[in-house]
Design a protein around this ligand. Structure first.
Ligand code: HEM
Ligand code: HEM
Length: 528
């Protein structure tokens, strides 16, 4: 029989052709593979969120193979001796088994928990980068709203997750959640009894949380992450101003091969960090907390960091019974229902608020440096100060205990701090931005300080400045205000002195740029 010779080199091309004649994907795929992505370290924050989410899905699936969300009473007989014979729920028992008896179970639990903390931290820092660089402006408002929804979904997902093991800490969290629901006027008791299947704690809450945690919320998050990234793809990523970069093009590297290889490496790095943390640093040692009993509340119970601000707002709220339409509204309602409501809606509306405020209705693909938009940077600092005061107040009992301060003093410090610190943060961040702008203009006008001191013939000492660009025949070194490059040195420590000097000087604001809507051209940065 005659053997046909297979040309191995031509095989991939031929296979691709065969596939394409049946499934015409070559043209759209080529567009995707050739997509250009700009590069900057701050764009990695979204990726950390994405990669930790993937790790959450992987480790969570492992946990789901062993965990049982059942409140059935059992007596522990696993290998953790101090709890031998103790009555507990099946959920707590399986979480203990995961920690002590399932091979690799503890590292998976710890990786899952660390990944959840990193996921939320990455989301929050990513959100601040989007806000402070103006990446939420037209045409990216929808992605801003999807992002904010993902923050709240991640928040709920995390809460549901650490409520699952039914240890003393998760039970205390659920107790607080039921109290929050009860505080809602008119529908409060209906919401609570519907969710808990009767009075707290009931018997079905864990199985409901479980469906929410392993199925519903991850599915919604996955769908939203896909739309989020799809939008980044279709609208093309923003870029920092620089030589050759305009509002109408995008300069960077092609998706394949460079971008994909870089991201693959970065995924490995995030995975390695989470695996190291899961292996080396203890988190949520539920065996030390004991099983949940409704009558036992341990002191020093702290939620995960991203939930702490709500704990803090609850602790700072004075015990005011406010009457509305003849009904007493429980004080808990304001910091735990109204406040998160405002914190969800207001940021979603912000892109439109800023449009009207700044009268800037144009599309923007170039990012802004925080110093170039002092009002917005001030608002970001204000939000951060507000969040930090609440978060620290969420652990004010621990601070009071460790530093031997009265808890009442901590509560009052938080109450005063929440009123005073955010406006102060706004003022300082705004003035610092203006100072840095002033400094940039000085560099543009007079050049970079060289540190070389010259003595003039008349005896005066002057410092030699090196101009940024060669002066024209009239001696001018004029550069446009938006989109120039200032030497790196001046952006960092070198900028501090002039920034402080410029702090108190009034500075005129440049007019917002108004650009025409145009499609963006893709330009590679010269590498393959
Ligand atoms: C954004 C996504 C997720 C977040 C933020 C998250 C967060 C958490 C947290 C904080 C815990 C408590 C861990 C501990 O006991 O120390 C937990 C437990 C758990 N999670 Fe997730 N999770 C996510 C996704 C998932 C997914 C997709 C699954 C399954 C498919 C899953 C399954 C589980 C299970 C079974 C537990 C209970 C096991 C245990 O606590 O020992 N999680 N989750
Ligand atoms: C599950 C959580 C999230 C994931 C996995 C995620 C992922 C990403 C990734 C990978 C990018 C492209 C790279 C980058 O610019 O960092 C991106 C861009 C973006 N994200 Fe997110 N993100 C999340 C949450 C958020 C949140 C909370 C917001 C805002 C509230 C947000 C708003 C945006 C916007 C507006 C862009 C476009 C940025 C640009 O073109 O400059 N995202 N996101």
């Amino acid at each position: 029989m005659k053997r046909r010779k297979v040309d191995l080199k031509a095989l991939p091309g031929k296979t691709a052709q065969e596939v394409d004649t049946r499934l015409p994907v070559a043209t759209p795929l080529r567009g995707m593979l050739n997509k250009v992505f700009p590069d900057h370290w701050s764009f990695l924050l979204g990726e950390i969120a994405l990669f930790s989410f993937i790790i959450l899905l992987l480790t969570g699936t492992f946990l789901a193979l062993f965990f049982e969300p059942s409140l059935q009473e059992v007596h522990y007989d696993g290998s953790y001796l101090p709890l031998q014979g103790v009555g507990m729920s099946r959920a707590y028992e399986t979480a203990l088994d995961l920690s002590f008896d399932v091979r690799g179970g503890l590292i998976m639990r710890q990786m899952h928990h660390w990944a959840a903390l990193l996921f939320m931290a990455a989301i929050v820092v990513h959100m601040f980068r989007i806000f402070m660089t103006g990446a939420f402006r037209k045409p990216r408002e929808l992605n801003w709203i999807i992002g904010l929804s993902m923050f709240w979904l991640g928040f709920t997902e995390g809460f549901a997750g650490y409520s699952l093991p039914d240890d003393a800490l998760s039970g205390t969290g659920l107790r607080i959640a039921s109290a929050i629901m009860l505080s809602i006027p008119v529908i409060g008791s209906w919401v609570t009894t519907s969710l808990f299947g009767g009075e707290f704690p009931g018997e079905i809450i864990l199985s409901r949380l479980y469906i929410l945690h392993v199925f519903l919320l991850p599915l919604i998050l996955l769908a939203l992450v896909s739309i989020h990234l799809g939008l980044v793809f279709v609208q093309k990523h923003t870029q920092w101003p620089g030589p050759g970069r305009t509002n109408k093009n995008v300069v960077g590297e092609r998706f394949v091969p460079r971008y994909v290889i870089k991201q693959g490496g970065f995924f490995m790095l995030v995975f390695a960090v989470i695996a190291l943390m899961g292996g080396l640093f203890q988190i949520n040692p539920i065996w030390l907390f004991g099983p949940y009993e409704a009558a036992v509340v341990s002191a020093g119970s702290q939620p995960d960091w991203y939930v702490m601000f709500l704990d803090g707002s609850t602790r700072l709220m004075p015990a005011w019974d406010i009457r509305v339409l003849g009904y007493n509204i429980p004080p808990l309602f304001w910091p735990t229902v109204v406040l998160p409501g405002i914190l969800s809606v207001l940021p979603m509306a912000y892109p439109w608020i800023e449009r009207r405020w700044k009268k800037d209705y144009a599309s923007h693909n170039l990012l802004q440096r925080p110093r170039d938009v002092p009002d917005r940077t001030g608002l970001a600092a204000m939000a951060l100060a507000f969040y930090l005061v609440l978060t620290i107040s969420g652990g004010n009992d621990i601070v009071a205990d460790k530093f031997h301060i009265s808890l009442n003093a901590m509560t009052w410090a938080g109450r005063i701090g929440i009123l005073i610190l955010p406006p102060l943060a706004y003022y300082f961040a705004r003035r610092l931005s203006l100072g840095l702008q002033q400094h940039d203009r000085e560099v543009l006008a007079h050049g970079v300080e060289t540190g070389i001191i010259k003595r003039l013939p008349d005896g005066r000492f002057v410092e030699v400045h090196q101009p940024l660009v060669a002066p024209d025949e009239h001696g001018h070194t004029d550069l446009p205000y938006v989109g120039w490059t200032v030497p790196k040195k001046m952006n960092r420590l070198g900028a501090l002195g002039p920034a402080v000097r410029g702090f108190f000087r009034p500075i005129e604001q440049p007019a917002p740029p108004q650009q025409e809507e145009q499609p963006r051209e893709e330009v590679t940065s010269g590498k393959p």
